[in-house]
Design a protein around this ligand. Structure first.
Ligand code: CP
Length: 312
């Protein structure tokens, strides 16, 4: 089937078919030497990416910007909306209209779920969702899949444990859907109050996957091939006391990993706060920094398909 990504908005991982995801992941592999500057390209020469970040970010913004530079393009944007005319009362719609007229594609991160979809209504140029509230983070999902694929050689059949804040953590919502599409086995481990939303579980079931939900990490880790830990999303809690009750519920450390398979990989979208002890960093289990690097070839692959309309 011919793949056409040119000028497409990327709002949700659900916007892609399984074949399209496979195509992007395969192309991302080809992009690795370009991401490491071992090979060079000017594919996106004269093209401009706008990065509009209404919420803090390190990886998503910097890797998108690095990806655009590595492809020969340039970048405009902001990391903090307080320095823009939003401060004077300008609407999100008008801000998007301005970025649309100054660029060839827009990456947006916003605290409100649905903001990227809304932005797409006001923009002629493609919108890439860099995370919208507790909603979706599709490019993170692609780099997570890419990491599992490169580390485990396949996605199907792996026992994947998603751990932590499964209620507010947008990366796990996108990932649970995509892993079900690829027929991984899923276990959801969280405090009782931060369980995976029912609608996400139902989506998994539509693909024939029956996720197990538990609060017992010690038991779940024994059979796991992939442990995907997440931060408790303090900024999304309506009540600080409720956050204080659950922060530190789980900690991945070397004592816990003693009980795991030798080839278990530990992933995390980062930033980590207390979920993974730094002693894990030097073990063969830790792939979270590689995972963060993988954001570069994956985002390069996407930008070159959306803006360049072709592979290099
Ligand atoms: N994984 C992720 O989205 O990281 P940032 O919040 O630093 O972009």
């Amino acid at each position: 089937m011919p793949m056409n990504f040119k000028h497409r908005d990327i709002i949700s991982i659900k916007d892609f078919s399984k074949e399209e995801i496979e195509y992007i992941l395969e192309y991302a592999k080809h992009m690795v030497p370009y991401a490491k500057a071992e090979k060079h390209t000017t594919l996106l020469n004269q093209q401009i990416l706008a990065t509009l970040f209404f919420e803090p970010s390190t990886r998503t913004r910097l890797s998108f910007e690095s990806a655009m530079h590595r492809l020969g393009g340039s970048v405009i944007g902001f990391a903090d909306p307080s320095g823009t005319s939003l401060k004077k009362g300008e609407s999100l719609a008008d801000t998007i209209r301005m970025a649309d007229s100054y660029s060839d594609a827009i990456v947006i991160r916003h605290p409100q779920e649905g903001a990227a979809r809304l932005a797409a209504e006001f923009s002629e140029v493609p919108i890439l969702n860099g995370g919208d509230g507790a909603g979706q983070h599709p490019t993170q999902c692609l780099l997570d899949l890419f990491t599992i694929l490169t580390e485990k050689k396949k996605i199907k059949g792996n026992n994947v444990v998603l751990l932590g804040d499964l209620k507010y953590g947008r990366t796990v919502h996108s990932l649970a859907y995509a892993l079900s599409l690829f027929k991984a086995n899923l276990t959801f481990v969280s405090p009782e109050t931060l369980k995976m939303p029912k609608e996400v579980i139902n989506e998994c079931k539509e693909f024939g996957v029956e996720p197990v939900s538990t609060s017992n990490l010690e038991k779940a880790i024994k059979e796991a091939d992939v442990l995907y830990a997440t931060r408790i999303q303090k900024e999304r809690f309506p009540d600080a006391e409720e956050y204080n009750r659950v922060v530190g519920s789980y900690k991945v450390d070397n004592a816990l990993l003693q009980q795991a398979k030798q080839d278990l990989i530990v992933m995390h979208p980062l930033p980590r706060i207390v979920e993974i002890h730094s002693e894990v960093d030097s073990t063969a289990h830790a792939v979270y920094f590689k995972q963060a690097f993988n954001g570069l070839p994956v985002r390069m692959a996407l930008l070159s398909l959306i803006l360049g309309g072709k592979k290099i």
